[in-house]
Design a binder for this molecule. Structure first.
Ligand SMILES: [Zn+2]
Length: 308
């Protein structure tokens, strides 16, 4: 199974190349200089990260081997005015933007070095890149015009026919955009309704995998991450009541793992391996049957948290 699936109604696949060129051009216009982060990026051993994530994908039944491995070239240090995001992954062009100011602020807030926080963020975004990705209706979307200005974090697509809906799956996250009213003069201003499922859960799984990679990376290259920083991060991410908003996503994932383990009698580590496989390769996670099973097996409050 392919890791990335950009379905289109048309046989013409040229739109992908055109759109990737356009997207990369827009990102390049936002580039800012930051010598420290540039140096950090140039020192990262991307082949090690690639090796770890390709192995995870293969266990999940997807094969990214024929794709270009992630490298320094995928990353851009950029600035968008009034954007609180620290990083952003673009699934179509596989570009990753890093915002130096917001990264510095977060490292300070967490009380860890910028080096460790940049590494963790790079790993987090790279995990998004190796998550199973499916986009339907891309060609139709680009013909209708981009809505990139309206929504900050993600790229949206919509399908004009048959139901004015576009669906995007990235790992566990499912995004649906439905056109409520069309504006033929300015298609970018169509009135759309936007639904996101499992975003929080997917972020928790992403963080948990990124933390695993950080641990492995620290063992392989002890001089790149301080042990104190690593311990601090683990503590923040396992806390249920910390204030920064981190941790809550991972603790939800851990809760789901414990509940499934309890219901099935399967060990938590086995359940976690299955959850990872679901992110990298199981296409049918969002199907009705799986949802019914989860709804029946998990406590109501956990299921509710998981779907939001
Ligand atoms: Zn994320």
């Amino acid at each position: 199974m392919r890791l990335r699936n950009f379905e289109s109604d048309s046989e013409e696949e040229n739109w992908q190349i055109i759109q990737v060129t356009k997207e990369t051009g827009e990102i390049k216009d936002r580039i800012v200089k930051d010598q420290k982060i540039e140096k950090l990026l140039s020192e990262i051993d991307f082949s090690l990260i690639d090796q770890l994530l390709v192995a995870e994908c293969q266990k999940s039944g997807t094969d990214p081997a024929d794709e270009k491995p992630i490298s320094r070239a995928n990353f851009f240090i950029t600035k968008k005015p009034n954007n609180p995001a620290q990083a952003e992954h673009h699934p179509l062009s596989r570009s990753i933007e890093l915002n130096p100011e917001n990264l510095r602020q977060q490292a300070t807030d967490l009380g860890i070095s910028l080096e460790t926080w940049v590494l963790f963020t790079v790993f987090h975004e790279t995990v998004h890149d190796y998550s199973f990705t499916k986009i339907q209706g891309g060609k139709e979307f680009y013909e209708a015009g981009s809505v990139g200005n309206l929504i900050k974090d993600l790229i949206f697509f919509w399908r004009k026919k048959p139901e004015n809906k576009i669906t995007r799956i990235s790992g566990y996250q499912k995004t649906e955009t439905v056109i409520k009213a069309e504006n033929p003069e300015e298609p970018q201003n169509n009135l759309t309704e936007y639904r996101r499922l499992h975003e929080f859960f997917d972020e928790g799984v992403t963080d948990k995998i990124a933390l695993e990679i950080l641990k492995t990376y620290q063992q392989a290259k002890p001089d790149t991450v301080s042990k104190t920083d690593l311990e601090k991060l683990i503590k923040v991410y396992s806390s249920t009541k910390e204030k920064s908003g981190h941790g809550r996503a991972i603790t939800l994932v851990d809760k789901v793992i414990t509940d499934i383990s309890h219901e099935t009698g399967v060990g938590t580590e086995t359940v976690w391996q299955a959850v990872k496989r679901g992110k990298m390769g199981v296409e049918n996670y969002n199907d009705e049957e799986t949802q019914k099973i989860l709804q029946a097996e998990l406590p109501a409050n956990v299921y509710r948290e998981m779907t939001r």
